[in-house]
Design a protein around this ligand. Structure first.
Ligand code: SF4
Ligand code: SF4
Length: 354
């Protein structure tokens, strides 16, 4: 099946995937790291990660697709992360211009384009259709793009796509880590690729030093409840006061541990469908968006996942960290918002700014 594998990889490249590799359906060797991570409650409020069903599926891909014989792992690039300083530039402290006017709120690079959950699945379907055409019959299959219970970074390492860095990201020596992973479980035997053989982090510890909340753990996992990505996206409630200053001006996700990673000097350009589209700079008036305005503005963006209340909570925290007088009138209005979550964070921002 070697020719078929090469043909599949060629098809994947035509569809924009910059990396493609095959691994077996064997259980992931390091599953116990995941169990230990759950035991320590490093998954925060993401309870679904600890369900019996989720655990058993992560422990063995055949629990997802009993006919699974091979797993195709793919990577689609998003915008390279800017190598800019992770901290707010000191010369802007006390600037009379608002954070928003300067476009100084920051959004994780993967979220600047359209939602990858809409972009990647049709391409995965196209690959499955291609394989079925090649073999002449339907094939049991199941695909995910961070949507399912699968240890995708370990499978990616096993399929030869790169190593898991100290920042927990999958890193390729020529492509960095600015890509999204996707997997197709296939009921067809394909020759597995060799696992990626080396760890190129060496003595580097830039990501550990730069992480504002020090949430990167020694075993290459994260203490999610302290990670800005979790706090501004997955977390649906309030953000602990002691962590708010560390969030700086990130309003959806955080790229710092990727920005400082030397391997991202080699990041490829974004897939055209994932190029930045959201209108930046985000305006002060976003703190006053109605639900329908929010839904309209972000209907194609991953930012919709935060929902209006989470997005406004995040904007209020960024404003509270920025402390610009011009924002006070808008924060005063936000402090009267119909959502308690927004009111609480806007009041905190006002206290900081006043
Ligand atoms: S995304 Fe930000 S907060 Fe999370 S681990 Fe990386 S640097 Fe730390
Ligand atoms: S910043 Fe350094 S330690 Fe962290 S993932 Fe990159 S190479 Fe590894």
């Amino acid at each position: 099946m070697k020719d078929l594998k090469q043909a599949i990889k060629e098809k994947a490249r035509q569809l924009g995937f910059i990396l493609a590799g095959v691994t077996s359906s064997d259980p992931p060797e390091h599953y116990e790291i995941y169990e230990a991570w759950l035991d320590k409650n490093h998954h925060g409020a993401m309870d679904y990660l600890a369900s019996e069903r989720n655990r058993s599926r992560r422990a063995d891909p055949k629990q997802i697709l009993p006919e699974c014989k091979s797993i195709l792992v793919l990577a689609l690039p998003y915008s390279p992360v800017s190598p800019s300083s992770p901290a707010l530039p000191p010369e802007e402290e006390g600037s009379p211009l608002s954070l928003w006017e300067r476009g100084r709120v920051r959004v994780a690079a993967y979220a600047l384009g359209d939602d990858y959950h809409d972009i990647i699945p049709p391409r995965l379907q196209e690959i499955v259709t291609f394989i079925e055409e090649q073999v002449g019959h339907p094939i049991p299959n199941r695909w995910y793009t961070d949507t399912g219970p699968i240890l995708e970074r370990e499978l990616a390492q096993r399929a030869g796509l790169g190593w898991i860095g100290k920042n927990s990201m999958l890193i390729h020596p020529h492509k960095g880590s600015t890509f999204l992973l996707a997997e197709i479980l296939l009921g067809i035997e394909l020759e597995p690729d060799n696992p990626f053989p080396t760890d190129h982090c060496g003595t580097c510890a830039r990501c550990l030093d730069a992480c504002p909340t020090q949430c990167i753990l020694p075993n290459r996992t994260l203490d999610a409840p302290r990670c800005i990505s979790y706090l501004t996206i997955e977390n649906k409630g309030g953000i602990p006061e002691d962590l708010r200053p560390h969030i700086q001006n990130w309003i959806f996700g955080c790229d710092i541990c990727q920005q400082v990673c030397p391997w991202n000097h080699f990041s490829p350009p974004a897939d055209p469908a994932l190029e930045p589209k959201i209108p930046l700079p985000i305006q002060t008036s976003d703190l006053l968006l109605s639900s329908s305005e929010f839904n309209q503005r972000f209907k194609r963006s991953p930012i919709k996942r935060a929902k209006r209340r989470g997005y406004l909570r995040n904007l209020a925290i960024a404003a509270g960290n920025r402390r610009v007088e011009n924002d006070i009138p808008i924060l005063e209005q936000a402090a009267q918002d119909e959502e308690e979550l927004v009111r609480i964070h806007a009041q905190w921002a006002l206290k900081n700014t006043g």
